[in-house]
Design a protein around this ligand. Structure first.
Ligand code: PEP
Length: 256
């Protein structure tokens, strides 16, 4: 089953509009390989500038979060309708920093996944265990529960289009990545959890790995058969590093 590799940059709370334009210009100059889909997720305030800078480029635009209602009295929130109108194709949902620092629950994440599809966006659902859960041998259970909860109501067609990112929380922004083998094992577990409810549709779901991916470890990560690309934080802020990671995905996965 061919799954087009996907590499997504999560810029987190970095880059003003002007800085986003500059980074995108650098990425456009770096002639990214055409057999990997690439997306960048700037902060909300930079989406419009980034969207303009990406015009006529194959690089896709994504957002880092959203609320699930289309509109209303929800001060400070941004809706799926607004993201679609801003030109987003993707939206990251349930990132561990949202869960950890902003109290986001599995129930919220479930609503956001459904709202994204309802508005023509593709959710990038993040799941992953915290260090203490890993140390207690609970990785498989946590990751399976998070996946089942967030995707239980999806149709098989939605499961095909969904993107999942396995992001062990202890590996995000720490410089400590999971080994390729470990990441591949948990990614396979996620695919099986998705498949139990979707009649095997998950064979087509793209599942990414995220957590301290750099140009140095990208080949090991993308060389794993279950892993279809990466969600890249820190290294996506540097055009040279991000391009090197995309090229590694192209070499390891581009001809599948
Ligand atoms: C992330 O933000 O999703 C992430 C994986 O960050 P980093 O690559 O910096 O670990």
């Amino acid at each position: 089953m061919k799954r087009t590799p996907l590499v997504v940059g999560n810029w987190k709370m970095h880059k003003t509009g002007t800085e986003a334009i500059r980074l995108i210009e650098d990425l456009r100059k770096s002639s990214l390989p055409s057999n990997v889909e690439v997306a960048v997720c700037p902060a909300f305030t930079a989406l419009s500038d980034a969207g303009s800078a990406l015009r006529d480029s194959p690089i896709r635009l994504g957002a880092q979060d959203m609320y699930w209602e289309a509109q209303g009295a929800f001060t400070g929130e941004v809706s799926p309708l607004m993201l679609a109108a801003a030109g987003c194709r993707y939206v990251i949902v349930g990132h561990s920093e949202r869960r950890q620092f902003f109290g986001e629950t599995d129930v919220w994440v479930t609503r956001k996944v459904q709202a994204a599809f309802a508005h023509g966006l593709v959710p990038i659902l993040c799941v992953g265990e915290r260090l203490e859960e890993r140390d207690a041998g609970r990785t498989d259970r946590i990751v399976t529960e998070q996946t089942e909860m967030a995707t239980g109501e999806l149709s098989s067609e939605q499961v095909v289009n969904l993107v999942v990112a396995y992001e062990p929380v202890w590996a995000i922004g720490t410089g400590r990545s999971a080994t390729g083998e470990e990441a591949n094992r948990v990614t396979g577990l996620i695919r099986r959890a998705l498949g139990r409810r979707s009649g095997g549709a998950s064979a087509q779901t793209r599942i990414l790995y995220g957590g301290s991916v750099t140009p140095d470890n990208a080949a090991e990560v993308f060389g794993q058969p279950e892993i279809d690309g990466g969600l890249i934080g820190g290294a996506s802020l540097d055009a040279g590093k991000f391009t090197a990671i995309v090229r590694a995905a192209s070499r390891e996965r581009g001809n599948l």
